[in-house]
Design a protein around this ligand. Structure first.
Ligand code: B4P
Length: 200
């Protein structure tokens, strides 16, 4: 079983690469961004609250997303590995995740960090905004606020996992196939290591 996190700034390709990882490794995909968009689409009370934050380029409060992930982990407790995409985005979320995993006698194995420069990211997000219908993708000032939030609140999460020796930087510029090749190499190496671990 492999539990991994896809980490990176807005528009770095987490959703794009997650789809391929799910296909290749049969992981359960948990994307807090997609879960929140689906709540917004269904106009649930949680969705209506989340929309206020997302439209401004801010993070949705920790307790809301942590609760969502707790429910999903419970629902998928027999999964053959989890792929977290867009979560955790704060160190409070990262610490809560460690607790949720250890309560289920499990752990995060690897954090793949997609590295892309800001100008490329803005280009990608504006391009996506033309077709996605996402309110947070169309306005450059909202996109810039998402980067400010990322730098202030989310980047420290990379350090949190670096200190646990779980962080693997991945060059996130190039073709989608090339990037997936680099990601697969890391996941295959991890899977090989895990198979060699002696049974306890
Ligand atoms: P997310 O849904 O996580 O959105 P994202 O970070 O913008 O995008 P992603 O990195 O998945 O990019 P994609 O593959 O689509 O979050 C949305 C919002 O929800 C957040 O801003 C926040 O408000 C809220 N939220 C979510 N999780 C939260 C949490 N844990 N806590 C609090 N709030 C939370 O790629 C982007 C574009 O680039 C696509 O159009 C794609 O086609 C293109 N692309 C991908 N790879 C490419 C490549 N190699 N070359 C060229 N283009 C590429």
């Amino acid at each position: 079983m492999i539990n991994l996190i896809l980490f990176g700034p807005p528009g770095s390709g987490k959703g794009t690469q997650a789809e391929r990882l799910v296909q290749k490794y049969g992981l359960v995909h948990l994307s807090t961004g997609s879960l929140l968009r689906s709540e917004i689409h269904d106009k649930t009370p949680l969705g209506l609250e989340a929309k206020n934050f997302i439209d401004k380029g801010q993070l949705v409060p920790d307790e809301i997303v942590i609760g969502m992930i707790d429910d999903c982990l419970e629902h998928h407790k027999d999964a053959n590995g989890i792929l977290l995409d867009g979560f955790p985005r704060t160190t409070t979320q990262a610490k809560a995740l460690d607790k949720l995993m250890s309560m289920r006698k499990s752990d995060i194995d690897i954090v793949l960090s997609l590295e892309v420069d800001e100008e490329e990211l803005i280009k990608r997000i504006l391009e996506r905004g033309r077709t996605s219908g996402r309110s947070d993708d169309c306005d450059e000032s909202v996109i810039r606020s998402r980067f400010d939030v990322y730098n202030k609140e989310t980047l420290p999460v990379a350090n949190y996992y670096h200190e646990q020796s779980k962080l693997k930087p991945i060059k996130g510029i190039g073709s989608i196939d090339e990037i997936f090749g680099s990601i697969s190499k890391e996941v295959d190496a991890l899977a090989a290591d895990k198979t060699e671990e002696p049974l306890s």
